[in-house]
Structures are given as structure tokens and as C-alpha cells.
Design a protein around this ligand. Sequence first.
Ligand code: FES
Ligand code: FES
Length: 173
Amino acid sequence: MDDQRKLSLQVNGKRYERMAEPRMLLADFLRHKLGLKGTHIGCAHGVCGACTVQIDGRAARSCLHFAIDVQDCEITTVEGLAGDDALHPIQQAFHECHALQCGFCTPGFLMTIEEFLRDNPEPSEAQIRTALANNICRCTGYANIVQAVADAARRLREQPAAAADAGGCHAGQ
Ligand code: FES
Ligand code: FES
């Protein structure tokens, strides 16, 4: 018989309690116990970045953490990024800069970039490329993603007007 325990996690500002095995990964807990399927699982061993969430505001691979170990932390997933009626400025920039195709990698990029731009509001292209180096995209190529991050940085600097800006991708302008 499985060793099920009651786990209590704070995710996107809400406390959830679910029965789960102590060995359940955070990625699986989010997807299968909470239905938060925006967190994707690619490699399942810490390489691709698709499963990236934020743990206490810092980007982290949810395939490398047991859910039981982060019960005292604040978890943020891609579902916690947007407001009720508007995309987050980083999501809007990805949309307008065509920075995704299949979208499988996108949640991991968004959660990585949100932390990066908090710490680096006016990044150079080299800094952006370094920040993205640990996230793999198999189909878009990286040029548009780099552009989207630059555009997102601009939007965030210009907030609150940024959230309402539908003026297209202005990276490099
Ligand atoms: S699924 Fe976690 S890093 Fe690839
Ligand atoms: S958009 Fe398809 S893997 Fe990145």
C-alpha cells in the first residue's frame, strides 16, 4: 500500500491540501494533484527548464524538488502570472514578438524571465542570452525569444501603462 501523507502547499497565493506520496515531485503534484498543467515536464531530470516554477520568488526546476520539501514555501506557477483580465507584460511580449510555436517550453521561459527582469530591469542582449541559457526550446529558435525579453523589459519599465500596451513588439527600438 502506498505511503500517502497529507501535503499542504501554498501555490499562487492559495493554500492546497492533498494526499500524496512523500516521494511525489513538485512538478507532478502541481499537474496531477492541483490540475495546474501549465507546468510542463520535458526531460524530468533538470536539463530542459520546461518545468520551471518559482519557489519563494526564485526560478526553480519543479522536477528536482519533492513537493513535501517545499510545504513552507510560496510556489508560483505560470497560472499565477497573468492578472484576471490581462496577460502579464512578459506574456504579452512573447505573444507580440512571436516568441513561441508549440508553447511547450514557454511556461518555463516565462517563470525564468520574470525573476531575471525583477533583478535586471534593463538587461543587455548578452545578459538576456545568458539568462536564457538553461532553458531549451526545440522549435522556435531563440532570436524571437531574446527580442521578447527585451520587449518585456521595456513594458515592465513603463508600467502601469505596459499592461495595456497593445502596440506590438518594440524590441531593439
Ligand atoms: S522537466 Fe524539469 S528541467 Fe526538464
Ligand atoms: S515553442 Fe516549441 S519547444 Fe519552445
